[in-house]
Design a protein around this ligand. Structure first.
Ligand code: F6R
Length: 602
């Protein structure tokens, strides 16, 4: 995800505080960076690439930007590729206003059309650029800065954390909605705004956490928080006590846990602007020129392959024949390429060698290809005919967590857009809208640690599920084995009795994903009874609709939801089980042995 820092009160040191702050946010991943300093005028410098490139450019320019107040940004592309022009800060045409933004402005196209009709020239592909133009227009209309900022916020919809500076003004204005923004209270008239505390932790540990709908104003005289009407809001100053080692992880012990907890935000980003509840339709801009395929083939590896299996289930339900292939097998065997079909490469990094080979193989045989990926401008995104971005934000932990959830969410969007208007879309849209909140509930109420306490001494674990919960069982086992180093296997529940049941004993806990109360659930409960009869401990991951709890030793509960979103909630419980088990066993959770985040060899 992108990073924001802003500071007042550092005089000549403003630029260094901003660049150092951005450096502490580097771990989040980014593809371009920029700064804007405001004094009498405005000085904006921005570059595609690493922060080093920006630093070198500033040195090469000769004159360092100066100003009493400044903002900086590291960008992770969502609208438009990583280029100098798309890097933040963005300005109005007069170069009076500079803005940095995290999140997605859902109504940017409408606003852009409106502004262009008024003669405004845009210089980037970003959604963000509408903000400085709006703010500039309100200032031109004679409005006072804070009023103009509030009026701008009234016009924009979506998720955002924003910081803005105006030439000739010694203050920074900030606002948040569904994207984090924190205020730092330093000494001697020094104040900060940032997307993450680590950005200003060198300067102060005193922090004000802003809430959605709040606006913050910092200047050399102090800090204020108001609501959207400009009415003052009383806020508490808290003191951060994290160790330096924990700062990049925002206080979490591991990136993996942080990323598990980022899932509600990641999914909000992935859904932003793509669900239209009024019309009951899914609208994904990137898919405008993709027709309904006759057949769909997925190619993917590891966790992304599990996402692909879930995608197969969705396409088949929508009446489109679909199949998932392990990319490493697809590329080396006689690859079946469907006529009039679509080949979808599911790859969070967009750089996995096996998946790229499979996609190239399909492309070479004339198939239409689509990359479902997290990385704008990645090889898969560039080489495929189409790209659908999951917008999860960068993932640092080797074990994929939030990107898997974002992939499943994006697959729902893919299927609904290609088979739009299918009966049941409205219910699905409502469930997707509620999904971030439902995941938050799972995170807040999970009993995963209690389950781990009970079974920490076991050496073999099984995971079972059916239908869309089968890939979640496979993923539960993969996550578990890759970070705990204990033996774990996932099975289609009905397959147990065809072999694996021989391994089931009182020593082997079985995690059963049972959601809903349909025939699939009843059959899975039948399989649960089979393992119970062999004295195996059963952990049911369930929404409580069936009577599976009767046969379970432990229950990991999830809220009741749509049949397609239920497996996604179950998956979060299984992520937490894997994480807490690995933590208890003292494993290298963020960097499991022998594994790499991006596998660029075949
Ligand atoms: C497991 C994991 C891997 C990746 C696989 C594909 O936690 O992360 O199994 O899913 O290496 O990676 P991408 O999605 O980048 O193609």
């Amino acid at each position: 995800m992108c990073g924001i820092i802003g500071c007042v009160g550092h005089g000549d040191g403003t630029l260094d505080v901003i660049l150092d702050g951005l450096e502490t946010l580097e771990y989040r991943g980014y593809d371009s960076a920029g700064v804007a300093l405001a004094g009498d005028g405005l000085d904006v410098r921005k570059k595609e690439g690493r922060l080093e490139v920006l630093r070198d450019q500033i040195e090469a320019d000769g004159e360092r930007p100066s100003g009493e107040v400044g903002i900086g940004h590291t960008r992770w592309s969502t609208h438009g590729p990583p280029t100098d022009a798309n890097a933040h800060p963005h300005t109005d045409e007069a170069g009076r206003v500079a803005v940095v933004h995290n999140g997605i402005i859902e109504n940017y196209q409408t606003l852009r059309d409106e502004l262009e009709a008024d003669g405004v020239d845009f210089s980037s592909d970003t959604d963000t650029e509408v903000v400085p133009h709006l703010l500039g227009a309100f200032l031109d209309a004679g409005m006072e800065v804070e009023e103009a900022f509030r009026r701008t916020l009234d016009r924009i919809e979506g998720s955002f954390a924003i910081a803005a500076v105006v030439a000739g003004e010694d203050r920074i204005l900030g606002a948040r909605n569904d994207s984090p923004l924190v205020l730092g209270v330093g000494e001697e008239g020094r104040y900060y705004l940032a997307s993450d505390v680590p950005a200003f932790l060198e300067q102060t540990r005193d922090v004000v956490y802003l809430d959605d709908g709040e606006t913050a104003i910092i200047d050399a005289d102090g800090w204020r928080v108001t609501d959207r009407d400009g009415e003052p809001v009383e806020k508490e100053v808290s003191t951060v006590t994290w160790s330096a080692e924990q700062t990049g992880k925002s206080g979490y012990d591991h990136y993996m846990l942080k990323e598990i907890h980022e899932q509600p935000t990641a999914l909000r980003q992935g859904l932003s602007g793509r669900l239209d509840e009024l019309s009951g339709r899914v609208t994904v801009e990137e898919l405008d020129d993709v027709g309904t395929p006759e057949t769909v083939h997925f190619v993917a590896c590891g966790t992304s392959y599990h996402a692909a299996l879930y995608g197969v289930e969705l396409f088949r339900e929508a009446g489109v024949p679909a199949q998932a292939f392990l990319a490493s097998e697809y590329a080396t065997g006689p690859a079946p390429v469907p006529e009039d079909g679509l080949v979808v490469g599911v790859t969070q990094s967009g750089e996995t060698a096996d998946t790229l080979s499979a996609l190239r193989e399909a492309e070479g045989r004339g198939a239409e290809t689509l990359a479902l990926t997290n990385v704008v401008g990645s090889t898969a995104a560039r080489e495929c005919d189409h790209a659908l971005y999951i917008r999860s934000g960068p993932e640092i932990g080797v074990a994929a967590t939030k990107t898997f959830s974002s992939q499943l969410t994006a697959l729902n969007l893919l299927v609904e857009s290609l088979a739009n208007g299918s009966p049941g879309t409205r219910e699905l849209i409502a469930a997707l809208r509620d999904l971030p909140g439902d995941i938050q509930q799972v995170l807040d109420e999970t009993d995963a640690e209690a389950v781990v306490d009970e079974y920490a001494d076991r050496e073999s674990f099984f995971f079972i599920g059916r239908g869309p919960s089968f890939p979640v069982a496979l993923e539960g086992a993969l996550k578990f084995k890759e970070i705990t180093y204990e033996h774990a296997e996932g099975f289609a529940a009905g397959e147990l009795k065809h072999g694996p049941l021989a391994l089931v004993t009182r020593e082997t806990p079985v995690f059963a994903v049972v959601t809903g109360d349909d025939e699939r659930a009843r059959k899975t409960i039948g399989n649960v009874k089979e393992v119970e009869a062999r004295d195996a401990p059963v952990v049911a991951v369930t929404d409580g609709q069936s009577d599976v709890e009767r046969y379970a030793d432990h229950v990991l509960e999830i809220p009741e939801t749509h049949p397609r979103t239920a497996p996604m909630l179950a998956n979060v419980q299984l992520q937490l089980v894997a994480y807490h088990m690995a933590d208890r066993l003292g494993r290298a959770i963020d960097k499991p042995r022998n594994l790499a985040k991006s596998v660029t060899v075949e």
